[in-house]
Ligand binder design. Structure first.
Ligand code: OGA
Ligand code: MN
Length: 263
């Protein structure tokens, strides 16, 4: 893995689809995306007992709210927030779609956020990926979900944006298995809206939880089982949505392939 270089936070790649994002980050030269602590080069060192509790809870309830602020490397949340703030100010983010391939639509009555996929080539993204690698391995050892890879994107919900009730994966496709949404917003107040509302897997009209998108908080849930929605945000809301998948890497150079959008 790349060692942290004070000069170059962004590591450019020859792939043409990635270049625009790198350019966007460089263009806002005065704004440092932020450096994360050198400790983050080491394994995330996720606590085994914490993973045990997490696996138990997930097995029983199909979803849970998590506080990852003390579990992630120091400074990483700030670095990710700085990065998405810069991407948001440029035109790097695109309106998100629903469905995949031919069925992809950009229906603004269902979903209004803007996204950009993480590629893992900036230091904060690489550190996040190391954390996600460990989390995935730890959950696989406990829950036998057969998770093989993940995909992740930043999302911005601007004032008034929402995402209506949905599932992240269609039953039987066994692709997206586990969803993780990590929030990046400091001082998210009760009046700021934008909560994640989680519904019962057995009855989609019963609310089983509400998660405030405060920095470091996260929701983890079974993608095929747990209906959820994002209530309209009253201020700009930043998050990272991540899906752990059971299927194999579609192409050898998966990291530079722009993933398809999803439901
Ligand atoms: C999603 C999603 C929830 C959130 O992107 O599929 O449900 O709280 N996001 O941002
Ligand atoms: Mn979702």
């Amino acid at each position: 893995m790349n060692t942290l270089n004070e000069e170059a936070v962004v590591i450019p790649l020859p792939d043409p689809r990635f270049k625009p994002v790198v350019r966007q980050l460089h263009r806002v030269a005065g704004e440092d995306p932020g450096l994360i602590s050198r400790d983050s080069q080491a394994d995330a060192g996720i606590d085994e007992a914490w993973l045990d509790g997490l696996a138990d809870h997930l097995g029983e309830h199909a979803w849970m709210e998590l506080d990852l602020s003390t579990r992630m490397p120091g400074g990483l949340l700030d670095a990710l927030r700085n990065e998405v703030t810069i991407l948001h100010k440029t035109d790097a983010m695109r309106r998100a779609g629903i469905g995949r391939g031919e069925e992809l639509t950009r229906d603004r009555s269902v979903r209004r956020d803007q996204i950009v996929w993480l590629e893992g080539f900036t230091e904060p993204q690489a550190a996040l990926f190391r954390f996600l690698d460990e989390l995935m391995a730890g959950l696989n050892r406990r829950l036998f979900l057969g998770l093989k890879r993940y995909e992740a994107h930043y999302a911005t919900f601007q004032q008034g944006d929402f995402y209506k009730r949905h599932l992240d994966s269609f039953r039987g496709r066994a692709s997206r298995v586990l969803s993780l949404v990590l929030y990046l917003n400091e001082d998210w107040g009760l009046d700021d809206g934008g909560e994640l509302r989680v519904f019962s897997p057995r009855d989609e009209n019963i609310v089983t939880g509400v998660v405030r998108p405060e920095a470091g908080m996260a929701a983890l849930f079974l993608s095929e089982e747990v209906p959820h929605e994002v209530l309209p945000a009253n201020r700009t809301r930043f998050s990272i949505a991540c899906w752990f998948r059971q299927d194999e890497v579609p192409l050898p150079l998966q990291a530079v392939v722009v993933p398809e959008s999803f439901c």
